[in-house]
Design a protein around this ligand. Structure first.
Ligand code: SF4
Length: 230
């Protein structure tokens, strides 16, 4: 595949910007969630071009890399974003299994539920449109999603980056001077909570080092919070 031109990427970005504007013109309460990886930057850049007041939530699970926390602040300042941290209200000492291990080691789905899904639920109740930057080329679960999906609590998920590729993301970042997560140069291609993230291997899927060795491949935000039957 040839290198995507700046002109073409700007046109694609313009389409997304128009769609977000359209939701806001309809009076919809719009918000975004973000994992603040390098690949998150194009969508954050577009959001900053629509309206810097749009809330961008992330969940500080208590298990994030310190590098991620610093990167969030760097991006917040550089793009002037309205970044809001959510925090789980379930104490870590109550997140142990019968063997005394943290749940991420034995029941990561429940760990994600307590630390990522639950903190976001009040936001879904309050808002209308959830901008989420998943891409089809990241996993089979994501490839099966539509650009718009019903979410729980009558919220609607909007996946504007679904058709973007990792190459488009890379060149959009280059053309717009958007920074790289500091762990990427150390071999991490998909970065989440520290206990569930390893350096990437192989070349078939950038997310192949997430929850490595566990029977889990997808974040609870992209499974649990899809509206059932929607
Ligand atoms: S990614 Fe891992 S540590 Fe983070 S909430 Fe999910 S299971 Fe827990």
């Amino acid at each position: 595949m040839s290198v995507p031109s700046e002109k073409n990427l700007n046109r694609e970005a313009g389409i997304i910007i128009e769609k977000i504007h359209a939701y806001m013109d309809q009076g919809k309460k719009v918000f975004a969630t973000c994992s603040f990886q390098s690949q998150s930057l194009p969508l954050l850049h577009m959001i900053s071009r629509v309206n810097r007041g749009i809330p961008v939530y992330y969940t500080n699970t208590g298990f994030l890399f310190s590098e991620t926390i610093r990167f969030i602040d760097q991006v917040r300042v550089q793009l002037g974003l309205n970044v809001i941290a959510l925090r789980p209200d379930f104490p870590k000492m109550k997140q142990l299994d019968r063997s005394g291990r943290f749940l991420y080691a034995s029941d990561p789905d429940h760990c994600c539920y307590l630390n990522k899904v639950k903190p976001l639920e009040p936001v879904l109740i309050e808002k209308d449109i959830w901008i989420n930057g998943i891409r089809a080329d990241q996993s089979d679960v994501r490839a099966a999603m539509a650009e718009e999906e019903p979410a729980q609590h009558n919220c609607k998920r909007f996946h504007p980056m679904l058709g973007w590729t990792s190459k488009m993301v890379y060149y959009y970042r280059q053309y717009n001077g958007l920074p790289e997560h500091p762990l990427e140069s150390q071999g991490y291609k998909s970065i989440g909570c520290e206990p569930c993230t390893a350096k990437s291997f192989g070349d078939h899927n950038e997310r192949n080092a997430r929850w490595f060795g566990m029977n889990k491949t997808e974040c609870g935000l992209n499974t649990t919070l899809i509206a059932k039957g929607g």
